[in-house]
Write a new protein. Structure first.
Ligand SMILES: CC(C)(COP(=O)(O)OP(=O)(O)OC[C@H]1O[C@@H](n2cnc3c(N)ncnc32)[C@H](O)[C@@H]1OP(=O)(O)O)[C@@H](O)C(=O)NCCC(=O)NCCS
Length: 174
């Protein structure tokens, strides 16, 4: 199947937002999605964007049952390793079910890596739920290392009241 991978535009945010919800449903946590397409537009298309995004687009003749031509996305941003330097973090990779198995996921992932290479990034990291065996296999097949298995890293998060408390406890400048 023919497809094109390109940088998302502000105008793609509604479609990306739709697929973010589809991915959350797949990940069995749709209630966790609080983001709107307006926030994506604001945060991805400002002077210092918080993320970058690629979309996969198929020609009209291959559009989905619902008439959609944007059928996948990869959303990533830049991080920094004090051991290695410039790195990328892949927040989401998603291809709509009816378009899977056509090389689109691999295309998106490779394109993220290519963008990173042009910026001298030396790592591409991401997180996968432990039951998401198809995706664990997909990344492993591309040569990714499972750091939880090999190095025992835990994935830690502050949010909500815990984050609020932490911020409120910050030492005040005199
Ligand atoms: C993971 C995902 C993005 C892969 O996209 P895709 O378009 O179906 O994958 P591709 O067609 O590009 O497959 C590329 C390669 O991976 C292999 N592959 C795809 N799915 C695989 C799987 N479940 N297990 C093992 N290999 C797999 C393909 O055989 C292909 O191999 P090849 O290069 O040797 O031919 C897609 O299945 C998806 O959106 N899944 C649900 C969401 C998800 O789990 N996202 C990741 C969250 S971290």
């Amino acid at each position: 199947m023919q497809f094109k991978i390109r940088a998302a535009t502000k105008g793609d945010c509604k479609e990306v937002s739709r697929m973010i919800m589809e991915l959350a449903v797949y990940e069995k946590m749709p209630d966790q999605v609080k983001i709107s397409h307006e926030e994506l537009e604001r945060d991805g298309f400002c002077q210092n964007p918080f993320f970058e995004c690629l979309v996969a687009e198929v020609p009209e003749e291959h559009k989905s049952k619902e008439g959609l031509t944007i059928v996948g996305y990869a959303l990533y941003f830049y991080t920094y390793s004090t051991w290695k330097g410039r790195t990328q973090y892949l927040e989401d990779l998603y291809v709509m079910p009816e378009f899977r198995g056509n090389g689109i996921g691999k295309g998106l992932l490779s394109k993220v890596a290519e963008v990173g290479k042009t910026k001298e990034c030396v790592r591409l990291q991401l997180s996968v739920l432990n039951w998401n065996k198809p995706s664990l296999d997909f990344y492993a097949a591309k040569g990714a290392q499972d750091l939880t298995a090999s190095e025992g890293w835990h994935f830690i998060r502050f949010d909500g009241q815990n984050l609020e408390n932490l911020a409120n406890e910050a030492p005040k400048d005199e």
